[in-house]
Design a binder for this molecule. Structure first.
Ligand SMILES: NC(=O)c1ccc[n+]([C@@H]2O[C@H](COP(=O)([O-])OP(=O)(O)OC[C@H]3O[C@@H](n4cnc5c(N)ncnc54)[C@H](O)[C@@H]3O)[C@@H](O)[C@H]2O)c1
Length: 358
């Protein structure tokens, strides 16, 4: 369809759990996207997903998919170590890219991706979908427009022991294949590293989105009874101070949210497990009016909202507000700085991290 109502022809690479839980349905429901093609080397998985989601094309071979001239954009929904190499191939084929988080494990990879995307003039967005949680988006806008100078941010992200009991009730069980392509090293062999990349990356992107670039971190980690707790003192480049709390195997409910204190107001937010599709509950207080503002955020499908925005940037040239490659790299820098701060027991400046990998 041409003109204002044109839909972007999107391909999904990877038919694993995140594609099954989020991306296929997002493509199906997005107002400006067609699920044009899907790809997985595991043919059994590909076949089953094609039967459910009915893309126009299926591919077992990624390069062949990229050679399809009708395909306009890719969602890369594979394991972390494949993100950048596969995104580079898509960019070289002239396709726009929505790549799952974390963007990468290494600074060098992020820089290479940035260079290629700029050279080819394609749009790349990192899948930090929390930016499209209607409550968080409202809070960010309120902070930017109303709150003035920032004093402090506290943000916390607690994945809980009862998580799968809760999510198994609202999600279909993922369909798996013994033929799936997996990284050489199982990411879950090193849980400290895995938790930081899987969950810490979300927390850092949310902090960045709300309060801007982080200048310095000073981190501590405690591991006890199978639980992990990182407390990270932060200093933002705008002079605000912060405290980030990443806790995994928290004994209790999912525990996520933030508080922001500014010159003219404050923000208090509670975020839900993303698979509940419920926007954050956010209360924004404005000193001059002595009033709280509290959005409903009825549409809580943040994965679909991130995709619709991605397509809008490409089709309607709206200003990108998703995580850019450079912002995705800031998240990687933040994770590296936290790791280094723990190892060396001292504060680490993010601008001193110019290379290296987790
Ligand atoms: N945004 C979120 O909230 C969120 C939640 C969960 C997972 N994730 C991210 O999603 C990503 C994928 O997670 P997953 O659990 O679905 O991964 P997965 O490894 O289980 O599935 C990926 C699929 O991609 C296929 N694949 C990989 N490389 C391929 C290639 N070159 N050609 C064809 N097929 C290929 C594999 O066969 C596999 O079926 C991870 O980076 C993870 O961090 C994000």
């Amino acid at each position: 369809m041409e003109g204002k109502n044109r839909k972007l022809k999107v391909g999904v690479l990877g038919c694993g759990p995140i594609a099954q839980f989020a991306h296929f349905e997002s493509c199906q429901k997005a107002k400006n996207v067609i699920l044009y093609a899907i790809c997985d080397r595991a043919e059994d998985l590909l076949e089953r997903m094609a039967a459910i989601w009915r893309p126009e094309k299926t591919y077992r071979n990624y390069q062949r998919m990229l050679g399809d001239p009708d395909l306009e954009a890719m969602i890369i929904a594979t394991a972390d170590p494949f993100h950048v190499p596969l995104a580079l191939l898509a960019i070289q084929a002239g396709k726009h890219v929505l790549v799952e988080k974390p963007l990468s494990h290494s600074i060098e990879e992020c820089l290479a991706l940035q260079a290629e995307a700029s050279a080819r003039g394609v749009h790349v967005q990192v899948g930090h979908m929390k930016r499209f949680d209607a409550g968080i988006a409202y809070a960010q806008d309120f902070i930017q427009q109303q709150i003035g100078d920032l004093l402090a941010l506290k943000a916390w992200y607690g994945d809980n022991t009862h998580r799968y009991t809760m999510t198994d009730n609202v999600q279909a069980l993922p369909i798996r294949s013994a033929k799936a392509v997996t990284p050489k090293v199982n990411p879950k062999d090193d849980l400290e590293r895995y938790y930081m990349m899987a969950h810490g990356s979300h927390l850092l992107d949310t902090a960045y989105f709300l309060a801007g670039p982080i200048g310095r971190v000073s981190a501590q980690l405690r591991q006890k009874f199978g639980a992990y707790c990182w407390f990270v003192q932060t200093e933002f480049e705008n002079g605000a101070i912060g405290h980030l709390d990443l806790t995994i195997k928290l004994r209790g409910d999912w525990h996520e949210g933030f508080q922001v204190y500014g010159e003219h107001g404050s923000v208090f937010a509670k975020t839900y497990n993303p698979w509940f599709y419920k926007s954050s509950e956010v209360e924004c207080f404005l000193e001059s009016e002595q009033q709280y503002y509290r959005p409903l955020g009825a549409d809580g499908f943040s994965y679909r909202l991130q995709l619709e925005h991605f397509a809008e940037v490409i089709l309607a040239e709206v200003k990108p507000k998703g995580t850019s490659i450079m912002e995705g790299m800031e998240v990687v820098k933040g994770m590296l700085a936290i790791q280094q701060s723990i190892q060396e027991a001292k504060p680490i400046y993010l601008d001193q991290i110019t290379s290296g990998a987790l």
